[in-house]
Design a protein around this ligand. Structure first.
Ligand code: HEM
Ligand SMILES: *[C@@H]1O[C@H](CO)[C@@H](O)[C@H](O)[C@H]1NC(C)=O
Ligand SMILES: *[C@@H]1O[C@H](CO)[C@@H](O)[C@H](O)[C@H]1NC(C)=O
Length: 217
């Protein structure tokens, strides 16, 4: 039995290693905004998830920076949540967000250590009117980000996320709301949960990206 199991694993590994990382995301078409997103449902508690959705322009020329539309759908018990575009807390753009009345706030942050991230001018957001709202069970926002998919990472390395494959992303969740939710520079307390996944950007392309942005803004 053990021998058979070992062989099976080795065979599987040979098949897996040369290809790119398997993605944990799936395709989601949002009827409200019209964007096709690649989405991942991040579990922060048993049976409870936050949806992280990414839509991209298509085509994207090789080796050039590109915008992204991000949509986050969170249950109302989520005090704040963050998306780390480089897959770690440090040295990458952090899209931190929370509910604010009938709307939501997205705050541009960056951390160089495991302490409260500072504001980050390298990424800017345009919050959409469509796709940003709060109801009794959820809050959600949709925004265009310029500067989320390319950044200077640890050691001063210039990074552009792979628009044709999977990227390692990370999230953080806190059950505690920021101290001043109407301000995108509010402070907030440390997360209760963090997690990682591989997000397929190759399925996030929207040929009508520019007109969809204009229609939702
Ligand atoms: C008040 C703000 C924050 C504080 C004080 C804080 C602090 C920390 C600390 C101490 C760790 C290490 C935990 C350990 O090693 O067990 C950690 C890890 C982590 N944090 Fe934060 N954090 C904050 C905000 C954020 C935000 C906004 C994100 C956005 C996604 C984030 C993402 C992560 C991730 C993914 C990890 C796992 C380890 C890593 O990737 O570096 N954190 N944080
Ligand atoms: C906060 O919002 C203002 C106005 O839209 C913007 O200029 C600024 O970059 C934002 N700051 C953060 C930290 O997101
Ligand atoms: C509340 O909003 C969420 C997402 O923002 C949506 O999935 C859900 O259907 C909405 N609930 C109602 C009753 O409209």
């Amino acid at each position: 039995m053990r021998w058979t199991f070992g062989l099976t694993c080795a065979t599987a590994l040979v098949g897996i290693v040369p290809s790119s990382q398997a993605a944990d995301s799936s395709v989601y078409h949002d009827a409200e905004t019209g964007f096709t997103f690649s989405q991942y449902n991040a579990q922060y508690a048993i049976g409870r998830t936050i949806a992280f959705r990414i839509a991209l322009p298509s085509p994207i020329p090789a080796n050039s920076a590109y915008d992204a539309v991000i949509q986050v759908v969170a249950p109302v018990d989520v005090g704040w949540t963050g998306l780390a575009w480089g897959g770690t807390m440090v040295y990458n753009p952090l899209s931190v967000s929370w509910a604010n009345g009938n709307s939501a706030v997205v705050s541009s942050r960056y951390a160089t250590g495991h302490a409260t991230p500072t504001t980050y001018s390298g990424a800017t957001y345009e919050l959409f009117k469509t796709g940003t709202h709060v109801n009794r069970t959820h809050w959600q926002y949709t925004a265009k980000c310029s500067g989320c998919t390319s950044f200077t990472s640890s050691g001063g390395r210039s990074t552009i996320l792979n628009s044709k494959g999977a990227n390692s992303l990370a999230f953080a969740y806190s059950g505690t709301r920021p101290s001043n939710p109407s301000s995108n520079t509010s402070s907030f307390v440390v997360h209760d949960v963090t997690g990682y996944w591989n997000h397929d950007f190759s399925t996030a392309g929207n040929t009508a990206f520019t007109s969809l942005v204009a229609a939702n803004i």
